[in-house]
Design a protein around this ligand. Structure first.
Ligand code: PLP
Length: 408
């Protein structure tokens, strides 16, 4: 599978990749934290502010109509990208965290009672832990955890036994932001559905690495952030099945989410507007659509293949270094590699790499319970995107070698 552009053309689309950091060419391997933006996204947002800025769904005037059309076209792009059945199932939010909080609040209000159970996995990002904990505190419900193996594979047998008649919702990550594991979400959803339990999939690290088909997964909710899929900051998607969303109360009140307001009673707008109170980030939504179009034009399978080959290179190079420990060796993983070089502290290593121009993430990666599971306080994470090069992966491997030599 061939990318639609050469690597040189791709890198020219991302001007920030030619930055010099501490006098060295930047090697950006922190794509799990946020991805860089192509000119196709930057330009569309600039053009929008120059030519088509007005509030969406608010006016009968020319600009408001134009921007509303483009906003709704962006919704259609997002729908098609994840293969949702209808546009009304795509809610624009501020991002993954906002989407999960929205579901935890709204679903919790409607369905969760004292003594009920919420099931998440042990490899969740804090964004898919804390909102459920807050819900459990509010409703006196219990949070239960699906364990995983040392390799970073979810224990599906344990998952089956954790589903009880008190389980109200399962919330799992599609891809672990630390281990890179791709979880068998289709199987997880099918098993939960056998018990009539809905499933939320945290797609923050899934959306950018390949094909996401929510109809095929049959999940009830799928959430992701624009900034992790080459789009702008402050925008994200909450996909929900229409039947489910129609049953849930809105979680925020304000303009646009209403049908009729009197001081006595307010009736709510239809989907998706019922969940989009106030002026939404329409510029962000249109920028996000440009990012999704960019990936589609490049070839999503080819993107995933390129990332797999860079991951293989990084895994082989890092594994050959004496004393290295790699966290996350599941057979099915994306281009994320977490590790510790011997007993060297992750922060020391991260700072030395930075001086070499290499950007990686160090610390807990917002997954403290996962770190505890391995008995560590954090590690180093290199997260690779299709625009990274073989030379950049080599630079990381050489950099880590150098770090280990410095601490001998
Ligand atoms: N879930 C996972 C798996 C993540 O990796 C992240 C961010 O790193 C989030 C949720 C939160 O995403 P955001 O900060 O964009 O809301």
């Amino acid at each position: 599978m061939q990318l639609a552009k050469s690597i040189e053309e791709i890198r020219a689309d991302f001007p920030i990749l030619s930055t010099m950091a501490h006098g060295k060419p930047l090697v950006y391997l922190d794509n799990g934290a946020t991805t860089q933006k192509p000119l196709q996204v930057i330009n569309v947002m600039e053009e929008l502010y120059r030519t088509t800025n007005a509030n969406v769904h608010r006016g009968v005037h020319y600009l408001s109509d134009r921007v509303s059309e483009r906003y709704e076209a962006a919704r259609e792009t997002a729908r098609a990208f994840i293969n949702a059945r209808s546009r009304e199932e795509i809610i624009f939010t501020a991002g993954t965290t906002a989407s999960i909080n929205a579901v935890a609040f709204s679903f919790g209000e409607r369905y969760v009672r004292e003594g009920d159970e919420i099931l998440i996995s042990g490899m969740e990002h804090h964004a898919n832990i804390v909102p459920w904990q807050m819900l459990c505190e509010r409703k006196r419900a219990k949070l239960k955890i699906i364990p995983f193996s040392d390799e970073g594979v979810l224990d599906i047998e344990a998952y089956r036994t954790l589903l009880t008649e008190r389980t109200r919702i399962v919330a799992v990550t599609h891809v672990s932001n630390v281990l890179g594991t791709v979880n068998p979400v289709k199987e997880i959803v099918a098993e939960a559905h056998r018990h009539g339990i809905p499933v939320l999939v945290d797609g923050a690290q899934g959306i950018q690495h390949g094909l996401v088909d929510v109809t095929d997964l049959d999940c009830d909710f799928y959430v992701f952030s624009g900034h992790k899929v080459y789009g702008p900051n402050g925008i994200g998607v909450l996909y929900g099945k229409a039947d489910m969303l129609n049953e849930l109360p809105p979680y925020q009140g304000g303009g646009d989410m209403v049908a009729n307001v009197t001081f006595e009673k307010t009736t709510y707008n239809v989907l998706p507007f019922k969940f989009e109170a106030g002026t939404t980030n329409f510029t962000g939504a249109i920028g996000l659509a440009a990012a999704l179009d960019y990936l589609s034009a490049l070839g999503r399978e080819a993107v995933a293949q390129r990332e797999q080959s860079l991951l293989a290179l990084a895994t082989a190079g890092l594994s050959a270094i004496d004393g290295i420990r790699i966290y996350g060796t599941a057979p099915h993983k994306v281009s994320v590699i977490s590790f510790l070089p011997g007993t060297i502290h992750q922060l020391d290593a991260g700072m030395i790499l930075d001086k070499m121009g290499i950007a990686v993430r160090t610390g807990t990666h917002c997954a403290q319970p996962l770190m505890e599971r391995y008995g560590i306080t954090g590690n180093i994470r290199a997260s690779i995107a299709f625009y990274n090069t073989e030379d950049e992966v080599e630079a990381l491997v050489k950099g880590i070698r150098r770090v280990t030599e410095m601490f001998v």
